[in-house]
Unconditional design. Structure first.
Length: 507
């Protein structure tokens, strides 16, 4: 079996020799190079195989730079190094040619890449996961934690779904090893398997031990033991934007363990949750009225309009209520499993709606109208927060626009779109012997053209791809109308009417 650790040592040793400013012939022509290459299984024959695969010019620096990222065969690359070294050692007219800048840089580039490949194979996980331990340390430079603040966590998970979590709190009085809270529980084995599958996918293929460590954040250390008892160790910065796969893993572990307070790999622990969010809106508008129609003692009417949205995590509901005057009240309620979590977890409860500028004293109000709002946020742990003000750009929190955007996007799917939609209630069913004719328009032109189709799912408003012109080149058209005709009633001869190719997918 190839010893990747020995290859790392080999690469490191010769990289230092080629990288030093005072490289000399004696050091670079040391015959130990040949002995070490043969011991690692590198051969001149495989070196020639490297050149056959990547081209003879790969023995020169310019070509090597083009193809080096494609090279992932350790035995071929190591053998290419052996072959090139052997050329200067044995066949070159002048051995000192190896000291030329391009030749030195060729060896530096290949040795660096060889080290990289070997180190990845040395560190990457192999086998099936038996257990997983993750220690996340949130202590970072320049930040002094508060008394009782969680500064680190240890997570243990095995293939049977057993979980043990330790949360360490900062204190001036006792050490880390004593001041912790421990929680032991189980998840289903299939949930543990799902976590292990994603862990293996990342640490068995994508983990890069050479990624730059970010020094001003916390860190994580992981130990993965396979079913053969071998332990693999990994580490990295506790940083949100380090790697999208680690971000996904962090969310997955928090979700399946039911612990949103875990640092995991990205440090994005949620120490609290929004339990309920209520937005109340109140508009009072004074409307001038015609004195000749109404009692002369009343020259103005008051329109008192109220609207509210209540998002309740515990009840898993969203309520939308409107009071349009005294005799008109509209109530709408959504209850969709998982919907509330997906909405509220979009927001960072720590700083949601924190910044409100407010209107200055010289701001001019809306004539005959007052618009106010009240935001009430209830948390699992923190006290209730209430934010009130004018319902306008300055009066609302700076991050308020994100709230209606996310809410509308989440609820649009559930609004009634069919029961009152003429597209459904005015649609005829095609009869057995009828043909489908579609009136299509192109661009901004008003003229329409008949095309046929046998696809009953094409509807008015769809975009389709059709053949156009004598050469039948493809173009996108808009379906203005869909009609059904018997053979004797068709608006354009069957044999002369072109067919729609397919619906147009804008993505």
């Amino acid at each position: 079996m190839t010893s990747f650790k020995k290859i790392c040592n080999f690469s490191n040793k010769w990289l230092k020799k080629f990288s030093t400013e005072d490289s000399n012939i004696q050091d670079l022509m040391d015959y130990s190079m040949a002995e070490e290459c043969m011991e690692l299984g590198f051969s001149l024959e495989l070196g020639h195989e490297f050149l056959r695969k990547y081209g003879k010019e790969a023995g020169k620096l310019a070509k090597l730079k083009e193809i080096i990222d494609e090279v992932n065969e350790i035995d071929l690359l190591g053998s290419a190094i052996f072959l090139n070294w052997r050329y200067f050692n044995h066949w070159a007219y002048d051995q000192s040619e190896i000291l030329k800048e391009d030749n030195i840089n060729w060896f530096i580039l290949t040795l660096k890449h060889l080290y990289h490949l070997a180190a990845r194979n040395e560190y990457l996980f192999k086998g099936e996961i038996k257990s997983f331990i993750l220690r996340s340390d949130a202590m970072s430079f320049g930040l002094f934690p508060e008394e009782g603040q969680v500064i680190g966590q240890d997570i243990y998970l095995d293939f049977e779904g057993r979980i043990s979590i330790k949360s360490y709190k900062y204190t001036n009085q006792v050490g880390r090893d004593k001041n912790f809270e421990k929680s032991d529980f189980k998840i289903r084995p299939e949930e543990a398997y799902r976590i292990f599958y994603e862990i293996k996918k990342y640490f068995g293929d994508k983990y890069d031990p050479f990624e730059l460590m970010i020094m001003d954040v916390g860190s994580w250390d992981a130990v993965i033991e396979n079913t053969e008892g071998k332990k693999y160790r990994f580490n990295g910065p506790l940083f949100e934007n380090q790697h999208e796969d680690l971000a996904y893993l962090s969310v997955l572990i928090r979700t399946l363990l039911g612990r949103m307070d875990l640092f995991v790999f990205d440090g994005q622990a949620k120490t609290d949750r929004i339990k309920k969010l209520t937005l109340d809106y109140h508009r009072i508008t004074e409307i001038p009225i015609d004195r000749f129609i109404f009692d002369k003692n009343f020259d103005r009417a008051i329109w008192d309009y109220k609207e509210s949205i209540i998002i309740n995590r515990e009840e898993n509901t969203i309520e939308h209520n409107k009071i349009i005057g005294e005799g008109c009240k509209v109530y709408q309620k959504f209850e969709v499993e998982g919907l509330i979590d997906s909405i509220l977890d979009n927001f960072e409860e720590e700083d949601l709606f924190e910044k409100v500028k407010g209107n200055p004293e010289d701001a001019i109000g809306i004539p005959d109208e007052i618009r106010k709002y009240k935001l009430t946020i209830d948390y699992d742990k923190k006290p209730q927060r209430i934010i009130e003000g004018d319902f306008d750009k300055r009066g609302l929190p700076e991050d308020f626009p994100d709230f209606p955007e996310i809410l509308k996007e989440s609820l649009n799917f559930y609004n009634f779109e069919e029961i009152l939609n003429p597209k459904f209630y005015e649609k005829f069913r095609r009869l057995k012997d009828q043909y489908i004719y579609c009136s299509l328009s192109f661009g901004s032109g008003e003229k329409t053209y008949y095309y046929r189709t046998e696809d009953d799912e094409i509807e008015e408003g769809d975009s389709v791809i059709v053949p156009v012109g004598p050469d039948n080149h493809e173009a996108v058209a808009f379906v203005d109308k869909v009609e059904y005709f018997y053979k004797e009633d068709v608006p354009f001869p069957l044999e002369k009417t072109k067919f729609i190719i397919e619906k147009y997918d804008e993505e």
